[in-house]
Design a protein around this ligand. Structure first.
Ligand code: FAD
Length: 337
């Protein structure tokens, strides 16, 4: 697979994470210049449904890497299985979506394979025979092009993760005349022994309730609240709006720092990066550390009583006003629609 880009797609409980299509779109744009072919791999168990969904895209092959030990995510089992698979296949480039799971296991995987990993890139291109990845520096104030030290044509196992929203998943091209790629079911080389790290521990902060982190990158609608919400009990307003829109509630950092919402709901440079179809920013000023985590959202609606708030610079729809008047009225109108 020396002339292949391998996309490591993601699924949870048998459902394909849509951000996998963003990574396929990135691979397709690179393949135009490199001439490399694209394959995809999914780790888990009983992967027929998500593998078939992946195979609908213009990829040469989908590998379903299956084992009972991969049914629930653990970093140990994923690293073990993918290490063996990648070491055997030796693709030129391995691309991942920069999800919570990938942030957890990809650095360990790169270390296990003794390869470099470029993380959280906002773009990739092939220029003058070199693979270049754009990374944001200083909270997004600057961008830098980063390349691999070993960038010879025969180099393999170069690894990079792509920021959520950096590419459009709906631009991932389907197979020619809607043909589907072959799916190869591979038994993963991973022992069915209890993992060293359990799924419940993976993203757990000390003292917090043990549970798997919410992956906001999968949400199509996010209702995010900031300090303008004033009190924890007022979160109910955002939850009601999120409910009628079938969305998820998220927050700026002060809300999570206060313990009003768990840390896995924080958006921004020290939280999650998201790119939903619709992002509500309720009482959020628009500090750079927040914006870097949500600026890729398709439509941003900001409600803020300060007309000068920086969030309005990136909002598609800006409403200057008191969120305590606007949000309940909006929720009621949506309920009627
Ligand atoms: P504020 O800046 O206080 O804004 C509150 C807004 O609510 C104001 O614009 C106000 O006009 C509006 N408002 C008040 N009342 C109402 C009302 N009744 N109706 C409508 N609007 C109202 N922040 C993050 O979000 N995510 C991060 O990951 C993150 N990481 C950081 C990392 C570092 C290293 C540092 C230094 C900071 C980080 N921050 C992060 C913090 C960031 O700098 C800001 O302090 C934070 O984003 C501000 O949150 P906010 O917009 O909710 O609050």
């Amino acid at each position: 697979m020396a002339d292949t880009i391998l996309v490591v797609a993601e699924q949870r409980e048998g459902r394909l994470n849509r951000v996998s299509f963003e990574t396929i779109a990135a691979a397709q744009s690179l393949a135009k210049d490199t001439g490399w072919s694209i394959e995809a791999v999914l780790a888990g168990d009983n992967l027929s449904a998500p593998a078939a969904e992946l195979a609908s895209k213009a990829v040469a092959r989908v590998h379903a890497l299956e084992a009972p030990a991969l049914a629930a995510y653990t970093s140990d089992a994923y690293v073990h299985a993918l290490k063996a698979f990648l070491a055997e296949k030796q693709p030129a480039l391995v691309l991942f979506p920069h999800t919570y799971q990938v942030r957890d296991f990809a650095p360990r995987l790169a270390l296990a394979l003794d390869r470099a990993l470029i993380s959280d890139a906002t773009g990739c291109r092939f220029e003058n025979g070199k693979l270049l990845f754009t990374r944001q520096m200083f909270q997004g104030k600057f961008s830098a092009d980063v390349s691999f030290a070993d960038d010879t044509p025969s180099a393999t196992l170069r690894m990079a993760t792509l920021q959520i929203g950096a590419y459009r998943g709906d631009e991932a091209q389907a197979g020619p005349e809607n043909t589907t790629a072959p799916v190869e079911h591979v038994t993963a080389a991973v022992a069915n022994t209890p993992p060293r790290v359990t799924p419940h521990e993976v993203f757990q902060e000390s003292g917090q309730e043990a549970k798997q982190a919410v992956d906001l990158s999968q949400a199509e609608v996010i209702v995010a609240v900031g300090r303008g919400i004033k009190e924890q009990k007022n979160l109910a307003l955002a939850e009601a709006l999120a409910q009628v829109l079938h969305g998820e509630v998220a927050a700026s950092r002060p809300i999570c720092d206060n313990g009003w919402l768990p840390l896995d709901r924080q958006i921004g440079s020290s939280g999650q990066t998201v790119a939903p179809k619709l992002y509500f920013a309720l009482g959020i000023s628009g500090a750079i550390q927040h914006i870097v985590g949500m600026k890729g959202s398709r439509t941003i609606v900001a409600i803020n009583k300060d007309a000068e708030a920086p969030i309005f610079e990136i909002a598609d729809v800006g409403i200057v006003g008191n969120l305590f008047d606007i949000v309940p009225a909006l929720t009621e109108e949506i309920k009627k629609a």
